[in-house]
Ligand binder design. Structure first.
Ligand code: SAH
Length: 217
């Protein structure tokens, strides 16, 4: 099947069909060529309703989760965003369609390099990638008008709260290594945060100083 047809079908069934309504998010999911973010042998599965391996024991999230987390940021356009866990770069590309600038952090250099190449090849020019422990956020570029974390944390890292603009949302999976709740934290005032539980999910661990330590269980 042609990739563009598979992509349209993915959007109809998995995105619109499951309750994503923000037209800008739907449009971004229609535009970004997801198959280019996985290795060639997996391209025919790129529009399936599941996560896929991207090497280094990491995964590209299921399309619905990408759309859901993106919608949960409530973007209007013009934002500056932090994306934690670049991985394949797919989530960053979707965010790049909706916001002005995306700052994306990844701890594994080979993934960051590959993501950079793919993003350049499709002309996503508003995405900056840095190889670093993303549990520190990206202080030089803060505050952010939205923060999306694509790896599961044991608790909400303090740095993300500090780097969130007032009125902005942080979307992050929090829980054990095996199962998390997707949380939305909104900075409603300088020192005031509101927390909502969105859904059950399962992400790879956020490994780092303010995340899971390698030896933690
Ligand atoms: N958003 C990605 C999904 C990546 S999976 C995509 O669209 O493909 C989660 C990613 O988070 C992995 O690549 C993993 O290496 C990365 N990660 C885990 N802990 C991290 C940390 N402390 N800092 C930065 N990246 C981290």
């Amino acid at each position: 099947m042609e990739f563009s047809i598979a992509r349209r079908q993915m959007v109809e069934r998995q995105i619109k069909g499951r309750g994503i309504t923000d037209p800008r998010v739907i449009d971004a999911m229609l535009k970004v060529p997801r198959h280019l973010f996985v290795e060639e042998a997996l391209q025919s599965q790129a529009y399936g309703d599941y996560a896929l391996p991207i090497g280094e024991k990491q995964t590209i999230s299921q399309p619905f989760i990408v759309a859901y987390m993106t919608e949960a940021l409530r973007l209007k356009g013009g934002e500056k965003l932090l994306d934690v866990g670049t991985g394949s770069g797919y989530q960053a590309a979707v965010l790049g369609q909706l916001a002005s600038r995306v700052y994306s952090v990844e701890r594994i250099v080979s993934l960051a390099r590959r993501a950079r190449r793919v993003l350049d090849s499709i002309g996503s020019s508003n995405i900056n990638i840095k190889v670093t422990d993303g549990t520190f956020g990206w202080e030089d570029q803060a505050p952010f008008d939205g923060i999306l974390v694509a790896a599961g944390a044991p608790s909400v890292p303090e740095e993300y709260l500090k780097q969130l603009a007032i009125g902005a949302h942080l979307v992050i999976p929090v829980g054990t290594r095996g199962a998390q709740k997707l949380m939305r934290v909104t900075r409603v005032g300088a020192e005031r945060f509101e927390e909502e539980e969105l859904l059950d999910c399962r992400f790879v661990p956020l490994l780092g100083q303010h995340g899971w330590k390698n030896e933690d269980r």
